[in-house]
Design a binder for this molecule. Structure first.
Ligand SMILES: [Zn+2]
Length: 334
């Protein structure tokens, strides 16, 4: 057993200029006893300065990050920046290629795999390399997500609430700089091992996003996502201000309580009664679940347990008991 990563990297983190290469993850499969799985990685460096680590495709069915970050690498020139930008556009590459949230190779969720294991499965080995060799280099960590296949989301930059007031204020300033309509303060209701939690724990200025959903993927959401450049400018990495600053003063919302996350009371077909941004009050019926087995019976009501606006709603009509149907957020002061 060793803690040292078995993943090799074909780019040099300390070399000036633009480089495109691969992380090579050792594999042994039915079709090749000796193999490497290649994960693309880009670096742009121009002398000393802050380092940003940008990732997309942490969940494979969220394509806003991969498209935005591949465009960013093509469009940025070395002279445009000071410091360093490290981009992993398709962190869970097997899942991006397969169109699935989880890895089709080992069934793992990359965003529950951190800090990973040097001798784990492919997802765990990628997480371990990023946790030990990449994130420690960063001043700024940005992990681009959307609602993927299952959730429609209002376009937002997001983060946990930090105990460290200084770190929280630096994260909020970076979040505001994006120019997204919302900054969303969230809590974890479905496990640990998130990439952002790991980076936050190292004291890094860390931003996540929720940029729509797979069904909302298109011109509008990609425009919101491409404003990641504004954060790189805010951090002093991109030297020239962008021509697309976005929303000057985003609304800061929070879903701090377990009750803000509405889980399905039954399995069946979820019928929503409200759309994103609608005002919701505690006790209000926000939808209903129709039984597949007993369609003649009364529907199961879905009731909000807090006040606010509908920030997220399920995009797949079929649901299982216990799956998230909606998230209600409230405006807070930063
Ligand atoms: Zn995601």
């Amino acid at each position: 057993m060793t803690d040292r990563s078995l993943v090799t990297c074909s780019v040099d983190f300390d070399q000036d200029g633009k480089q495109s290469g691969y992380l090579a993850v050792p594999q042994s499969t039915n079709s090749a006893g000796w193999a490497k799985y290649f994960i693309p990685i880009f670096i742009i460096r121009n002398g000393d300065g802050p380092t940003a680590v940008l990732s997309g495709g942490n969940h494979g069915d969220e394509y806003e990050g991969p498209v935005t970050l591949m465009n960013l690498f093509r469009e940025l020139n070395t002279d445009d920046i000071r410091g360093r930008v490290i981009i992993i556009p398709m962190l869970n590459h097997p899942a991006v290629a397969g169109g699935t949230r989880l890895s089709p190779i080992d069934g793992m969720n990359m965003n529950r795999a951190f800090p990973g294991h040097s001798t784990g499965t492919i997802t765990s080995m990628i997480a371990h390399f990023v946790a030990t060799e990449v994130i420690p280099l960063a001043d700024l960590v940005i992990d681009i997500h959307s609602g993927g296949s299952s959730m429609h989301m209002l376009p937002s930059v997001n983060m946990h609430r930090m105990d460290d007031a200084d770190q929280m204020s630096r994260m909020l300033a970076a979040g505001r700089a994006w120019g997204a309509p919302y900054v969303f303060l969230y809590r974890d209701i479905a496990g640990s091992g998130l990439l952002p939690s790991f980076a936050e724990g190292l004291g890094k200025v860390t931003l996540g996003t929720e940029m729509g959903s797979k069904a909302q993927f298109g011109v509008d959401m990609l425009r919101h996502t491409s404003r990641v450049r504004n954060v790189l400018h805010h951090t002093g990495i991109i030297q020239k201000a962008t021509t697309d600053p976005g929303t000057a003063e985003p609304v800061i919302v929070a879903a701090d309580n377990e009750e803000d996350y509405v889980m399905s009371p039954a399995s069946g077909i979820f019928e929503p009664f409200y759309e994103l941004e609608d005002a919701i009050v505690c006790g209000q019926q926000i939808g209903q679940v129709h039984s597949l087995e007993h369609p003649d019976r009364p529907t199961e009501p879905v009731v909000a347990k807090s006040d606010g606006i509908l920030f997220t709603r399920r995009s797949i009509p079929i649901c299982r008991q216990g799956e998230c149907l909606a998230v209600v957020t409230r405006e807070v002061t930063g």
